[in-house]
Design a protein around this ligand. Structure first.
Ligand code: BTN
Length: 237
């Protein structure tokens, strides 16, 4: 493992992307502040300096890259396991990239693949709200943090170590063929909810049946069962 830390950076994901060729598999880069933190769908990810956990993990191992479709969910699951150890209850995965506590978002994940002729690396960028209690008002999902839930300050250095440990252990298990699906399905936030989905180019309201064994989302479209990938579900109602 190679651990890097920068007090300030533009974005941990961007840095790993730029330096992908010279960095080794499982390089873990964290920072106290990102000046151009990035979220999904070209949104930005802003976070007060030193209050939250922001890091990116570089994955180059082929066995892991072969299981690209489950990486985002595996990161979310690993974060949930650590949050539970810290006493945060009711934590769920909002398929495929977010971690929710009840109806508030506590963690977001931005996965970026780097490919030329084939997939060469994946960068898993994770932003976990830890000690921040005031957030921008215009967020799509109401943000929550560990401090808001637990009413206490969390030591970010120990948290960072534990997150890295749990993530590495789970990635090792994945390499050995371990199937996380049943464990992950217990944390399915969208199960039973109505969402809008793009099915054959048409936007439809469907009911979520649950996360499937290939980590796609199984939905019921007026009696017809359809499996969706992440780009096909727009938002939940
Ligand atoms: C989202 O929910 O939109 C994903 C947010 C991902 C934020 C993390 S913070 C560390 C890493 N570096 C970035 O620029 N983004 C990710």
């Amino acid at each position: 493992m190679k651990e890097l830390f920068f007090e300030t950076i533009d974005s941990t994901n961007t840095y790993l992307k730029k330096h992908v060729d010279e960095l080794e598999d499982m390089t873990f880069l964290s920072s106290d502040y990102q000046s151009v933190g990035r979220g999904r769908n070209q949104r930005n990810w802003s976070s007060s300096k030193g209050l939250n956990l922001m890091f990116s993990l570089l994955i180059k191992d082929e066995k892991v890259l072969d299981q690209y479709s489950c990486l985002s969910i595996l990161c979310a699951y690993s974060i949930i396991k650590v949050l539970e150890e810290y006493g945060v209850d009711d934590v769920m995965i909002k398929w495929p990239n977010d971690v929710f506590v009840r109806d508030g978002k506590i963690c977001g994940i931005l996965l970026e693949g780097i490919s030329h002729e084939r997939l060469e690396a994946v960068i898993c960028g994770i932003g976990l709200n830890v000690n921040q209690t005031d957030f921008d008002k215009d967020m799509i999902h109401e943000p929550v943090s560990m401090k808001r839930v637990l009413n206490e300050d969390i030591d970010i250095v120990s948290l960072r170590k534990r997150v890295y440990q749990v993530l590495s252990e789970n990635i090792e298990k994945l390499k050995c063929g371990y199937d996380f699906c049943d464990e992950i399905c217990c944390y399915d936030y969208l199960k039973g909810k109505d969402v809008y989905a793009l099915i054959s180019g048409e936007r439809k309201q469907v009911k979520v049946m649950g996360i499937d064994h290939d980590y796609s989302l199984r939905v019921n479209d007026q009696g017809r069962i359809v499996n969706l990938n992440s780009s096909e579900v727009t938002f939940h109602i």
